[in-house]
Design a protein. Sequence first.
Length: 182
Amino acid sequence: MDNLSLIQPSLAYEAELMTYREAFDEEHIYGGANLAQYEKIADWLSYLEKMSDESTCPPDRAPSTTFLCVRQSDNAIVGMCNIRHHIKTAFLLNIGGHIGYSIKPSERLKGYATRQLHLALLEAQKMGLEKVLLTCAEDNIGSEKTILANGGIYEDTRYDASDDENIKRYWIDLEKLVEFNW
């Protein structure tokens, strides 16, 4: 099984990031921290820096840290995740949660999402979070399975009027993480 690691985005991955962005076409890149909105990776990296600090993050947003999920055998980006340092906004508490993530379309159904989320949970633990909220659209069976495999406990389903969809909400206690043998 391929080894994966989470790394901070950098210009060293510029070509890979462009390919990752293009792979999603019109599909939203969950956990991509607005990557699709930036033509230049350097500008996106500046945005990530701003978003990582409470003092430079816009007041209606939560500071966050973004990671690339890299397959070690070929240094390819297979996924991305974004960990919010808190969920004090109504949107994050009801719809967005602490962690957003995506897997490159060509890399799906390989078990990478479960492993990437596990690595993200370990990072959230290092950040001092004790419990995290994860959410997914009611019809996103793959994401639901990923959350459940990592110990997600269902709380409820809430309606997201902006996207006209139901969102399932799960909590994961970071002191009781599921252990995997990868």
